[in-house]
Design a protein around this ligand. Structure first.
Ligand SMILES: NC(=O)c1ccc[n+]([C@@H]2O[C@H](COP(=O)([O-])OP(=O)(O)OC[C@H]3O[C@@H](n4cnc5c(N)ncnc54)[C@H](O)[C@@H]3O)[C@@H](O)[C@H]2O)c1
Length: 262
């Protein structure tokens, strides 16, 4: 029998945006446990410190950069700093996002733009800076995972900007996959359903309504899918979305109507 370590990330260096305490932190620790060195970003210094500490406590190597991923200059400076002080990355996870509970009628222009800039434009900015660096370093193998949402796939009350931004993430993923393929870089998305705390909130207990598997997602569920998509074991997979949603998107309305047997 030969040794086979699935999704081995040894020798890989990955940048993760929005590395705060919820899904981001679990992704960071999971990638580190699989052997990756992780460059971590967040706009919140305390959240970032916590994730750097969690990676180190798990025996991994982490480098933290506070930056606003919706600011083009800050994004370029972040990529440059990571490259010179930590080492160039060949993997990227675009996880940073915000939501504001507003529909079309009650949203201001400023709030609409803020959600779009942080949740969608950041994926363009960080993806572009990452890919330009890969090309200039002549690195011919890499991977990107963009975090989408079940909200990318259908409408929701009071989340017009977030749903629109996440739908944009899905198709930007496909565009990047097509454009970056000749450079050996694969690009996929992962779609979480409600997992851990609600995005942008520090607490949350919610019933798993509309989730056929009957529970909320755990950040580890998302992290496992990100790890696989990012790893070279997914070498022939690009341009797809991986729903990690307990079957949520299988149902037409989001209300499965499923009852527990017995
Ligand atoms: N939690 C859920 O139920 C859920 C469901 C579906 C999709 N998602 C998606 O999963 C991802 C992670 O979600 P989460 O719940 O862990 O979110 P979260 O709000 O806990 O974490 C997002 C992180 O992004 C950071 N951030 C915000 N603005 C930033 C900026 N301008 N620059 C850099 N960092 C910034 C925040 O400080 C935070 O640490 C997000 O993309 C989210 O949309 C989450």
């Amino acid at each position: 029998m030969t040794d086979f370590k699935f999704a081995d990330m040894s020798g890989r260096r990955v940048l993760l945006t929005g590395a705060g305490p919820n899904i981001g932190r679990q992704i960071a620790v999971t990638l580190a446990k699989a052997g990756a060195e992780v460059a971590l970003n967040d706009i919140n210094p305390d959240s970032l410190k916590g994730t750097v500490a969690a990676v180190e406590a798990a025996g991994g190597k982490a480098y933290g950069v506070v930056a606003d991923v919706s600011d083009p200059k800050a994004v370029q400076a972040m990529l440059d700093e990571i490259s010179t002080k930590f080492g160039p990355v060949d993997g990227l996870v675009n996880n940073a996002a915000i939501t504001i509970r507003q529909g079309v009628l009650d949203s201001t222009y400023e709030d609409w733009m803020r959600v779009l800039n942080i949740t969608l434009t950041s994926v363009f900015l960080v993806g572009q800076a990452f890919m330009r660096q890969m090309i200039s370093n002549d690195v011919k193998k890499g991977s990107i995972v963009n975090i989408a949402s079940t909200s990318a796939h259908r409408g929701r009350h009071n989340a017009a900007a977030y749903c629109s931004a996440k739908a944009g993430v899905l198709n930007l993923t496909r565009c990047m996959a097509v454009e970056f393929a000749p450079y050996g870089v694969r690009v996929n998305s992962v779609t979480p359903t409600r997992s851990g705390n609600p995005v942008g909130e520090s607490t949350g207990s919610r019933e798993p309504v509309g989730i056929p598997l009957g529970r909320l997602g755990e950040p580890q569920d998302q992290a496992n899918a990100v790890l696989f998509a990012l790893s070279h074991d997914a070498a022939f997979i690009t341009g797809i979305d991986i729903p990690v949603d307990g079957g949520t998107l299988c149902t037409a309305s989001g209300l499965s109507g499923a009852k527990k047997p017995g």
